[in-house]
Each structure stands twice: as structure tokens, then as C-alpha cells.
Ligand binder design. Structure first.
Ligand SMILES: NC(=O)c1ccc[n+]([C@@H]2O[C@H](COP(=O)([O-])OP(=O)(O)OC[C@H]3O[C@@H](n4cnc5c(N)ncnc54)[C@H](OP(=O)(O)O)[C@@H]3O)[C@@H](O)[C@H]2O)c1
Length: 292
């Protein structure tokens, strides 16, 4: 039995689909099964659990061979944060996996490190470290930014004005990867015990600025107007004002500032040299598919 924590999310849903299609037994953990209108709902077990609640994890991991963590607490709200979910929640999951005698597959981020300027990346690093020290057989999959998430955000913010919203100058190159590619690697790793002890990094073929991504989204929608921008000075003000009362908004403003200048490019060829049949989905592929 494979437990997928975060199996209701953007990546987790695709991972669950792939595992179910292989005929594997899957249990999906969610904080609210009523919210989990899962595409594979009739083919999986649903279990209620919260990574912050250790008791719930004992129930969720009963009889499980592999625990996959595809959770994150980046967008809050209050009480849900990278510290409570990505660091402490993942530590709880590792402990539960150890008690159940299960292996662990951790979703992390390319750039995870103890001194990253992005809080989420520091908390992912702490989770990687905890898992490595726990003795639980663990594989870490680090991914770059999810293309589908950012396309969706640009489309959502374009709906009223016809002009998508870019946070910052939008001139910094960032590697984007499709969840389709990441899910294919996670499926591979789940079913490959020989990857335990490894950290695998995956990205996509495209290093793009947000302005380039916004232009491509506009073109695919048949729009020509340029994106709007939230200036870096406004992001700094947001972080220092609203961000004090609403930590999730402060976190997002600070992350946007970092994403506006940190080197977030990535060479994705090494993972594709190892796993040559992994999909390598480009922005153009995704936008073409959405037109079909
Ligand atoms: N998005 C990116 O650009 C990106 C890049 C690199 C790595 N990743 C990593 O990839 C994984 C999947 O990301 P995603 O963007 O697909 O996520 P998502 O769509 O935002 O979904 C988040 C998932 O986390 C679960 N979750 C949140 N708080 C939880 C808690 N306290 N207890 C249990 N479950 C909780 C949610 O489950 P319920 O709401 O059903 O409880 C949901 O399934 C995450 O580990 C993320 O850090 C993401």
C-alpha cells in the first residue's frame, strides 16, 4: 500500500493517477475528504490526516509500505506554513513511516538549502536532513517551479483586465517544469527501491522570465496586451506592512522579490540522461495541448 500525503494537490493527483493505472494500491491522505473530489476517488482509499497531527498519521500509515509526501504549507493560511508543514509536518510523516516500517519519498525543491533566502527552501532542506538522519529509507525528488501553477496564476490574474499580473520586474530567468514530468519521476522512484538514499533533481527544458511566460500565455489566449507588474518597491512594502499581520502574504511577497533576481536557471539534462523515457514537456507542448 502506498500512502500519498498531498495526493489531492496539483502534483499529487497526477502521481496517484499514474500509480493507480499501474495497478498499485493507493491511499490518499487529505485534511478534508469532503473536499477531495479526486479523479481516482473510486480506485483509492481516502484517509483523513493532517501532517501537524501525529495521531492522524498513525492511522494514515497503518499497513503502508511507502509514504509519499507531496504536501506544502507555502500559501498558508495562519498555522499552515513551511515551518509547520514542510519542516515539522514532514518530520512527523517520517516518524510515522518509521513506525510503520515504510519507505519515504519526499517532494522537495531545487535550491533547497539551509541558507536559502526562500523560507520554503530552508524548510524543505530541514525535512531532507531529518529524513536522512532518521534511518528511514528515503528518496528525495527536488523539482523546479511548476509550469502549470504559474500558467494558471497568469491566466487567473488576466481574466478581468486581459493583462496578467507579474510580481516584480519579471526579467529574471527561472526554470519551469511540468507536473507531468515530475509525476513520471515520482512514480518511477516509488517503484524503484534502488533509488533510496538518493536526491534526484528534475527541471524542464525552459528557462523563462515571467514576462516571457506571460507573453506566451497571452498569445495562446489570443490576447496581445502586455502584463501588469507589481513593482519590487510595492512587494517590499507589502512584506513590511500587510505581511506582518498576514504571514502568508508576507512570505509570498518576499519569495516574489527573491524570484525576481536569484539565479533559478537549471540544467535538466542529467536526469533525462539517467531516465531517458521521462517526458520532457515544454511550455509550447503544454500550451498546444490546452488548445486541443
Ligand atoms: N508548486 C511548485 O512550483 C513546486 C515546485 C517544486 C516542488 N513542489 C513540491 O511539490 C509538492 C506538490 O506541490 P503542489 O503545487 O502540487 O501542491 P498543491 O497543489 O498546492 O497541494 C498541496 C497539497 O498539500 C496538502 N496539505 C497541505 N497542508 C497539509 C497538512 N497540514 N496536512 C496534510 N496535507 C496538507 C493538501 O492536501 P488537502 O488540502 O487535501 O489536505 C494538498 O494536497 C509539494 O511538496 C511542493 O512543495 C512544488
Amino acid at each position: 500500500m502506498i500512502l500519498v500525503a498531498g495526493g489531492t494537490g496539483r502534483l499529487g493527483t497526477v502521481v496517484v493517477r499514474r500509480l493507480v493505472d499501474r495497478g498499485l494500491a493507493v491511499r490518499v491522505m487529505t485534511r478534508d475528504p469532503a473536499r477531495a473530489a479526486h479523479p481516482a476517488a473510486d480506485q483509492v482509499q481516502l484517509v483523513t490526516g493532517d501532517v501537524r497531527d501525529r495521531e492522524s498519521l498513525v492511522r494514515a500509515t497503518a499497513g503502508v509500505d511507502i509514504v509519499v509526501s507531496a504536501v506544502h504549507g507555502f500559501v498558508g493560511p495562519r498555522g499552515i506554513s513551511p515551518a509547520t508543514v514542510d519542516r515539522d509536518g514532514n518530520a512527523n510523516l517520517v516518524d510515522a513511516a518509521r513506525a510503520a516500517g515504510a519507505d519515504f519519498v519526499l517532494m522537495s525543491t531545487v535550491g533547497a538549502s539551509s541558507d536559502s533566502p526562500i523560507e520554503l527552501f530552508r524548510m524543505k532542506h530541514a525535512a531532507e536532513h531529518y529524513a536522512a538522519a532518521s534511518g528511514v529509507s528515503t528518496t528525495v525528488v527536488r523539482a523546479t517551479a511548476f509550469l502549470e501553477l504559474w500558467i494558471e496564476l497568469l491566466e487567473q490574474t488576466a481574466t478581468r483586465s486581459g493583462r496578467p499580473l507579474v510580481f516584480g520586474r519579471g526579467e529574471n530567468a527561472i526554470n519551469f517544469v511540468s507536473v507531468v514530468d515530475v509525476a513520471a519521476l515520482v512514480e518511477r522512484v516509488v517503484t524503484a527501491p534502488m533509488t533510496r538514499g538518493e536526491i534526484l533533481e528534475i527541471g524542464g527544458p525552459d528557462d523563462l522570465t515571467f514576462n516571457e511566460l506571460a507573453r506566451a500565455v497571452q498569445a495562446a489566449a489570443g490576447r496581445t496586451s502586455p502584463p501588469r507588474h507589481v513593482a519590487p518597491a510595492t512587494l517590499r512594502l507589502m512584506a513590511a506592512t500587510i505581511g506582518r499581520m498576514k504571514p502568508d502574504l508576507g512570505r509570498q511577497a518576499r519569495a516574489a522579490l527573491v524570484m525576481d533576481h536569484l539565479d533559478l536557471t537549471f540544467d535538466a539534462t542529467p536526469i533525462h540522461d539517467i531516465y531517458q523515457d521521462l517526458p520532457f514537456t515544454s511550455l509550447a507542448d503544454l500550451l498546444d495541448q490546452s488548445r486541443v
